[in-house]
Design a protein around this ligand. Sequence first.
Ligand code: CP
Length: 309
Amino acid sequence: MLEGRHYVEPLNFTTEEMEYLFALAGEIEKDPLLFRDACRGKVLATLFFEPSTRTRLSFEAAMLRIGGNVLGFAEPGSSSAAKGESLVDTIRTVACYSDIIVMRNPKEGAALLASRYSDVPIINAGDGGHHHPTQTLTDLLTIRQIRGKIGNIKVGFCGDLKFGRTVHSLVEALTRYEGISMVFISPVELNIPGYIKTGKLDSNRISYEETDSLEKVIADLDVLYMTRVQRERFFNEEDYIRLKDSYILNTEKMSGAKKDMMVLHPLPRVNEIDIEVDEDERALYFKQAKYGMYVRMALLSSIMGGVNA
Ligand code: CP
């Protein structure tokens, strides 16, 4: 089903294909050793032109746990990009050495460009403020595993909705599910982009509201998706400092939320969730990080044909 495919944007896969991946990830979670040879003899290249902990290491852990090998770089300064090599030349070269490439790059559209020149599948691990589709697989799998299904939920997105690629990808993916409504909680400077409101929400008749107050809406939410203010995408430090602590989720705010509200965060966290919230059973962000590995195991084995996909 997914053999040989690129994954650049969240909707590159149909709802059925994503459901297949979630079901497979669930099987992997139950008994990972059954899949230990799914990618035996295959090589994953991880090319990270921007920092990462979870995405790179969960992809590498995923590949190692399904029997494959990994190579790559964690920062471009150690690659020939530092000598001026173009992205296209880097991709064409690395495709000679690997069976699949996972790539993060600060430029919007970089993964799409790479997919046009690569002889092996490209997986987008984040392109600037645009998309992060495997984080979306992670987020949706977490909702599905905890709630039993995806749908009929009110999802609040809080923080940097302008630059947050995980938000952009998840919003787009959620538009395909039944009974979704959304609340966008941000300072006006970090509002969700207009192209998402008109192109993804209005066009799909998704109900949404915008507010700058987390306290006013938290009681209505089934999922609260917190995000970090993306310092690296700001044009000046003053604006970042002014906006960085706009929202801090703490136990007092949690006391006004539903008893089963899920708190998700793609991580890394800076200041926006007080560590005291970590003890609340509704705080699911580290579980979410683990689901990220399972769904990436499912993704790699399906694209490389190691399981009957
Ligand atoms: N969620 C996420 O993309 O985390 P990293 O930046 O650590 O990969």
